[in-house]
Design a protein around this ligand. Sequence first.
Ligand SMILES: Nc1nc2c(c(=O)[nH]1)N[C@H]1C(S)=C(S)[C@@H](COP(=O)(O)OP(=O)(O)OC[C@H]3O[C@@H](n4cnc5c(N)ncnc54)[C@H](O)[C@@H]3O)O[C@H]1N2
Ligand code: MOO
Length: 407
Amino acid sequence: MQHCDNPNLQSLDAALQVMLANIHPLKDQEVITVLDADQRVLSEDVLCPMDVPPATNSAMDGFALRYADTTDTRTFEHVGQSLAGHPYNTPLLPGQCVTITTGALLPEGADTVVMVENASLSGTTLRCTEAIQPGQHVRPQGDDLQKGQRILAKGRRLNPADLAMLASLGLATVSVYRKPRVTVLATGDELVAPGSPLAPGQIYESNRSALIPLLNRAGVDVIDGGIIGDDATALRNALQSAMSDSDVVISCGGVSVGQADLVKEMVRELGELYVWKLAIKPGKPFAFGKLGNAWFCGLPGNPVSSYVTFEQLVLPVLNTLAGQSQWPPLNWTARLVTPINRRAGRQEFVRARLHNDEQGNLCATPLPKQGSGIMHSIANANCYIVIDADVTHVEAGSQVNIQPFSR
Ligand SMILES: Nc1nc2c(c(=O)[nH]1)N[C@H]1C(S)=C(S)[C@@H](COP(=O)(O)OP(=O)(O)OC[C@H]3O[C@@H](n4cnc5c(N)ncnc54)[C@H](O)[C@@H]3O)O[C@H]1N2
Ligand code: MOO
């Protein structure tokens, strides 16, 4: 577990442990067509309905024969052809061969294929010019997959290659978990939707413009809760409406300690708050709790903080709820290009560019501006450098832990 210098703040790992311990996959399942199943999570194992390949076939264009009939002269009697979709239906007699194309079925008795480049056909006599190995260039029935074998496990988030594999097995539908329904709303009197003019003190609301696409990519059904002012009644109404209709309610803004930061108190009034204030930078005031049957994630309002906490904390919640099996994270390291000096106390997600140096080594260069409101630090980054809470200095040239962006 992450060591934390600041006793008032919980580490990211500790918070995730508390959060995920109580979250279970949604119970509802549905059967959908394979073409609609990209990004959906399997609610049942998929067993292979047939052998793949379904019959023994040729891996090359050439001639199919019986290895046992090979003589010193390597000559065979040519008696016909087996083309993909048009098999040769008569069993081979001793010494016979047929022309065969890639993917075509081997005739009964044949067990070996000679490539067309390694043979010459004159009339009905085939002469093989190279030594022949038994069983060469043959794809045996069931070589890839056997009937009954588990090919995809419950909890897998399906990708396009999975869908092609399912289709190749003749499967038209799959059983998946229902998508989580997620409401996302922004809070703050100063926020104005893009497209309208700004009055003094106002700013454009931008967090939902990242969070909604991030939610779409996470494969959930998104409900846009809009912008809610810093008003207790409006916030209560918005949260009550969201909690009655969603599996997860996400707010951004209003979770810190300012006098207009009403969100935590409202969550305590309407439900329970389990987590607040983490030893992470950015994202310290992240909050997590429950509103009726809905989970609640309160993201800090600073744009970079809301983005980082979504990726580090909300995504694991959504994936768990969606029934997705968690893979052990891959450990990546890169060579730090410019030194990092910082104050200890919070695990930090430094926005950085990952690139290769002239020797091909993986290197990470922190972007120059790391403020929580500087969105171009996220937009121009392609990884986080992850610095442990107690570290104050990292020298250039040292290996640092990184998380590459999936986008
Ligand atoms: N006395 C303290 N003040 C603050 C602390 C602290 O520990 N003690 N923590 C700071 C940290 S760290 C963060 S992060 C912020 C987060 O505060 P809130 O979650 O309450 O966020 P707001 O105050 O509502 O907004 C912060 C900032 O972000 C802008 N904002 C908010 N929502 C949006 C949006 N949807 N789109 C664009 N920009 C948004 C807002 O205008 C503010 O500028 O608190 C620190 N303060
Ligand atoms: O946690 Mo705040 O996100 O450091 O700016």
